[in-house]
Design a protein around this ligand. Structure first.
Ligand code: GLV
Ligand code: MN
Ligand code: MN
Length: 410
């Protein structure tokens, strides 16, 4: 079974028939189906399945029982995530996992025997689409997130993370860092769909990641006073929608002024009546910049605009960070080694920066990590139009196989 069969088996899971987008949220039925797909793919290959204390899945090839402390020693791990943003594309996350299994198939077909353990990993809640905190599984695993903070998270329906985990059969009391598991990992390589169209412009099917811009999410809560839309005089209103609107435009201006990106892509108006002034508006700012100083300036300017507009309209505003990722520079030595392994098989992979977050970026704080990108001719991501041509997906598998052969072969 190769790439096409693995891909076809995963493709229908969590796909909305109306939009064509994916709704694979952590600890839902769609997520359970994705996990069952992963479990079956591991079983078909005779890989040993493990679920760590944070719900991340691992499929192990050639686990040595005599590794230190019972853990695999110096393993090469590859993989990505199976969860999606609301109405996301098919490739963001799953491409890395399908390619990982397919690369193992390719290596075995060639008779390759690894000298270090190899694992495929699927990290939980990378997008933060359900509980708001991106890279939840890898942050918990590496100790970058306090388990108590994770246990306090709730989804949009008010369901607590520990309840969602328990309903899915996990023990939420066990979540947290797992140094023993990470101590056995020598390097992590994540293959990912490109989230832009630089590779198309360069005529390359595969690229390597240079680094990740610092980025984060900030929640803005505007609280006003609900009232009748048809009878309340303009002068008497405390409408939270007004400072919210100023904040959206302020985000755009601040980003443009600092060579950054800022987006308000999620907003909730309460109670949400067409003929009433809202009592509250909640909005999420996603901001990303080439460096931390620029990011601080962008967020500071947006916050100042929100506060000034709130004061002008007699509305309360509170701002709090929900997640933050510092700038990531992937391990230069590992990247050079990947580039050399790819060049040896005739693949010239350009090095690209990215504004997107990844589990590889979180793991980079603890391990040598690297990323491979696969060309996305649409340039679109986090939407159904996200795409990679089948030939480029196979080029990605070949590239990942070359990298795994190099890293695990000596
Ligand atoms: C994840 O894809 C992110 O960058 O938000
Ligand atoms: Mn994503
Ligand atoms: Mn992703």
């Amino acid at each position: 079974m190769g790439f096409a069969e693995l891909w076809a088996a995963l493709l229908p899971i969590g796909r909305d028939a109306g939009t064509g987008g994916y709704r694979r949220y952590s600890w839902t039925d769609a997520d359970a189906d994705c996990r069952a797909w992963f479990t079956a793919a591991a079983a078909e290959r005779g890989l040993r399945l493990d679920c760590d204390r944070d719900g991340n899945l691992w499929a192990w090839w050639d686990f040595p029982p005599d590794g230190p402390g019972g853990q695999p020693a110096d393993a090469i791990v590859t993989g990505s995530h199976l969860d999606s943003v609301p109405d996301g594309g098919a490739y963001d996350g799953p491409l890395g996992i399908v390619s990982a299994f397919a690369a193992i198939d390719l290596l075995r077909d060639r008779g390759f025997v690894p000298r270090r353990p190899v694992a495929v990993a699927a990290f939980t809640e990378e997008e933060g689409a359900r509980f708001g905190l991106a890279c939840l599984g890898s942050r918990l695993l590496t100790g970058a997130l306090d388990p108590a903070a994770a246990l306090a998270l709730r989804d949009n329906a008010g369901i607590r993370l520990p309840d969602a985990m328990a309903a899915a059969g996990l023990d939420p009391a066990a979540i947290g860092p797992d140094d023993a598991a990470l101590g056995g990992v020598g390097a992590f390589v994540e293959l990912h769909i490109e989230q832009g169209s630089a590779l198309a412009g360069l005529g390359a099917a595969v690229g390597l990641a240079g680094g990740i811009w610092p980025h984060g999410r900030w929640r803005f809560d505007f609280t006003g006073r609900a009232d009748h839309a048809g009878t309340t005089r303009l002068a008497d209103r405390r409408d939270p929608m007004l400072p919210y609107a100023v904040t959206v435009l302020g985000a755009r201006q601040a980003a443009a002024g600092h060579g950054a990106l800022a987006t308000i892509g999620k907003v909730v108006a309460e109670p949400g009546a067409a003929n009433a002034i809202s009592s509250a508006v909640r909005a999420w700012l996603d901001a990303r910049a080439p460096d931390e100083a620029a990011l601080d300036r962008v967020v500071g300017e947006v916050r100042a605009r929100a506060q000034a507009a709130a004061a002008a309209h007699d509305v309360e505003v509170s701002v709090r960070p929900e997640s933050f990722t510092a700038p990531v520079s992937f391990d230069a030595g590992l990247r050079d080694r990947l580039a050399a392994a790819l060049a040896a098989t005739g693949i010239e992979a350009p090095v690209l920066p990215t504004g997107a977050g990844h589990d590889a970026g979180v793991l980079a704080g603890r391990l040598p990590t690297a990323m491979l990108f696969v060309r996305n001719p649409s340039g679109v991501s986090h939407a159904p139009a996200e795409h990679a041509e089948p030939a480029d997906c196979l080029a990605g598998v070949a590239a990942l196989a070359a990298v795994l052969a190099d890293l695990a072969g000596r």
